[in-house]
Design a protein around this ligand. Structure first.
Ligand code: KG4
Ligand code: ZN
Length: 393
């Protein structure tokens, strides 16, 4: 459980920016003290809380990680219904936080800070967790840390492994698909991102068309076992195109159309295998491009690759990326499965690392439905931001 990154109190890593945030009047934390932080995550369909201790030399110790999934609430609709999600977060957040504290064996008086996801995500849900975090911070006179959910995923592999900054990250989940150079907390540079759908969304929508329950990614992986991936030719978007962007909407539409006409289990298995192979191939091909670009500016001893996010739970995706890392001279890391999908331990870790740097937030911080990690890149290339003209992820 050791992490190698030493972070000095009050000093930002090179290129880091605290963002456009108000800070509280809490004094910066001492670098020589361990920090005990409560993390809260409510950006999608999991209500999660975690207590994490960050030692002075940067070792993360997850004292508890409680994740209450709402999958059963959303399953009848084939996707997450924002209003149902927000209501379920309201109903369960206090119990989930209480359980995280009890399992960690700590009292609220032991905490040094409260970290809550402030975006991006379904804004109703984000508001629930952030408001709960603000109330706790106010009542206990503790610093509040508003955490970008993507920064949580970015640090998630550091929960259990010694992965110093910088590293190359593929963040691949139901809502996001991007390649980032992670220079440290607040210092992410985007190398590429999806121009339409996220990989997890493609898994979910195609799996739904195959009759699999939501979220369909894990079920599609099981269905694909033993299937003939070569039987159904599928579009290969952006193949050979320069850059590190992704595109999955053509694949999603073509495969969903094919799925609608299949009745035999063997045919469905072959299509699932073809889809998993096509998604893996694109993730690997674009990641190899990013590795080549990254290697131009990083010494061989600094070539570390991390894959994080829900789709990193997929065995074929992991294996493909692991082989690419070996081929390009990168180390390979992926968080344990429980920290690939949404959880609050990663929010607590991002929060604790921010707290150690003095990056705290005022109680006026707002929930953000969209919040790119690399805001400069998003401004320069708005087609990657959002909306009808650009990427959904
Ligand atoms: O990170 P996550 O929990 O939530 C987001 O922030 O989006 O990722 C959830 C996504 C879903 O699309 C789910 O289908 C996908 O991760 N996923 C998988 C697997 N496990 C989860 N996709 C493919 N294979 C899996 N084994
Ligand atoms: Zn996520």
């Amino acid at each position: 459980m050791r992490m190698g990154c030493l972070i000095t109190a009050g000093r930002l890593p090179q290129g880091a920016s605290p963002g456009n945030r108000m800070t509280t009047d809490h004094p910066p934390c001492s670098a020589s003290a361990a920090l005990l932080v409560l993390g809260i995550e409510t950006s999608c369909d999991e209500t999660a809380a975690s207590v994490l201790r960050l030692t002075p030399d940067g070792v993360a110790d997850v004292r508890s990680s409680v994740v209450l999934s709402q999958i059963a609430d959303h399953a009848p609709y084939g996707g997450v219904v924002p209003e149902i999600a927000a209501r379920a977060h309201v109903e369960t957040i206090d119990g989930v936080v209480a359980r995280a504290l009890a399992e960690a064996g700590v009292s609220v008086r032991d905490l040094d800070g409260i970290a809550a996801t402030a975006g991006p995500g379904l804004v109703g849900g984000v508001m629930v967790g952030l408001s709960f975090g603000k109330a706790m911070a106010l009542a206990l006179d503790l610093p509040l840390i508003a955490v970008n959910h993507l920064e949580g995923h970015a640090v998630s592999a550091r929960l259990t492994a010694d992965i110093p900054y910088p590293f190359l990250l593929l963040l691949v989940s139901g809502g996001h698909c991007q390649l980032l150079e992670v220079g440290g907390i607040g210092a992410c540079v985007r190398l590429g991102s999806t121009i339409d759908d996220a990989a997890g969304e493609a898994f979910d929508k195609i799996g739904g068309a195959l009759g699999l329950p939501y979220p369909a990614g894990p079920a599609l992986e099981r269905l694909a076992q033993g299937g003939d991936a070569a039987r159904f030719p599928l579009p290969r978007a952006l193949l050979g195109r320069a850059g590190c962007d992704f595109s999955f909407s053509g694949l999603k539409t073509a495969a969903a159309r094919l799925a609608a006409g299949l009745t035999e289990q063997a045919d469905r298995r072959d299509l699932a295998a073809a889809v998993q192979t096509a998604i893996t191939r694109q993730l690997v091909e674009r990641t190899k491009r990013a590795m080549t670009a990254y290697a131009e500016t990083h010494l061989a001893s600094n070539r570390r690759f991390v894959v994080a996010g829900g789709v990193a739970a997929n065995g074929a995706v992991r294996a493909g990326l692991q082989a690419a890392a070996a081929e390009h001279g990168f180390t390979f890391d992926a968080p344990p499965l429980a920290y690939c999908t949404d959880n609050a331990a990663m929010i607590a870790l991002a929060g604790a690392e921010r707290l150690r740097l003095g990056l705290t937030d005022g109680l006026d911080v707002v929930a953000r439905p969209r919040w790119p990690l690399d805001e400069a890149a998003a401004r320069l290339n708005p087609t990657h931001v959002a909306g009808r003209k650009g990427a959904k992820a």
